[in-house]
Design a protein around this ligand. Structure first.
Ligand code: ADP
Ligand code: MG
Length: 284
């Protein structure tokens, strides 16, 4: 039988905006030694803004237009920033064969021309010659009919309480990792700012899952994964405790998760550890 106090632990948590889907997860929190974070939408706001458009041989407006056509049907926060920056509502009839390539970008036919928008992996897959753009943020490369058209530079921001959350976890003796599909330079900038030593970047969703399995095998205690759910549902499912962001997170992620942080604040996870420790004291 489950001790009554676990139910009150759940009550305390929920009043603080932490949804726990069972007393066993509060109990398990006391055994956690490692927390693995997704980056985009989890440690950062996932609210991207276009900061620069580098067009080659066409105007910036034209580059943004084809990119927005390619991104119109994507739910990725990167896509939404490009559609917003373009400002034109692209007619549906001009968009065909939309394809989302997980962890890489999108491909579409716009007015009968093949448009690609995504990272370097996508450009390599399609044998596009491009010039690497140096940026502290994310770079979306754009190509039309096999030819590079330019790059869109996009910036995201680290959440204001992320550093405090990492500090709090370290104080509890918990090891922190970050897994991201984003570039190494962006990952290292964010990880450096937050004091996360274990950074794994440029990962495809399956590679994120492989890393989580490896981390689980190397950890004595339980392992938490915290994500917004975009491209990381498999990792959420593999972890001992899957934590999703309730605001920005996808419905599927919220459903798949064992815990949901309703306000999207990473510090809520530290609070959950505190509640779990209190709950244990009450039980003993
Ligand atoms: P993360 O949440 O860790 O950034 P994702 O798997 O969601 O990981 O994305 C990994 C990378 O794939 C992004 O940083 C971006 O470079 C590229 N990408 C994914 N979706 C898109 C998209 N719709 N448009 C452009 N690039 C994308
Ligand atoms: Mg993400």
């Amino acid at each position: 039988s489950i001790p009554l106090s676990f139910f009150s632990g759940i009550g305390v948590s929920s009043r603080r905006g932490i949804l726990v889907k069972g007393g066993n997860y509060l109990e398990e929190l006391n055994r956690v030694k490692t927390v693995v974070f997704d980056k985009t939408g989890t440690l950062t706001y996932g609210k991207f803004q276009v900061t620069e458009v580098r067009a080659e041989g066409i105007s910036q407006e034209e580059l943004l237009e084809v990119a927005a056509a390619a991104e119109k049907h994507s739910n990725h926060p990167i896509a939404q920033s490009i559609v917003e920056a373009c400002g034109i509502d692209i007619p549906e009839k001009n968009i065909q064969d939309y394809k989302e390539i997980e962890g890489k970008g999108v491909a579409v036919f716009y007015r009968g021309e093949e448009i690609l928008a995504g990272n370097e992996k996508l450009m390599k897959d399609y044998n596009i010659k491009y010039e690497k753009a140096e940026n502290h943020g994310t770079v979306v490369y754009v190509a039309k009919n096999g030819k590079h058209l330019g790059a869109i530079l996009i910036a995201d921001k680290v959440k204001k309480d992320s550093a405090k959350a990492i500090e709090g976890l370290k104080k509890l003796g918990v090891e922190c990792h970050m897994l991201t599909g984003d570039s190494r330079s962006v990952a290292e900038a964010v990880g450096g700012e937050l004091g996360i030593e274990n950074i794994h970047s440029e990962l495809l969703p399956q590679e994120k899952a492989d890393h989580l399995t490896r981390i689980k095998n190397e950890t004595e205690g339980s392992v938490i994964f915290v994500g917004d759910g975009i491209n990381d549902a498999p990792v959420l499912a593999l972890s001992d405790i899957g934590v999703a962001m309730g605001g920005i997170g996808s419905d599927a992620a919220i459903e798949a998760a064992d815990m949901v942080l309703m306000t999207d604040e990473p510090t809520k996870l530290v609070e959950a550890f505190d509640v779990a420790a209190l709950t244990r004291k009450v039980v003993l």
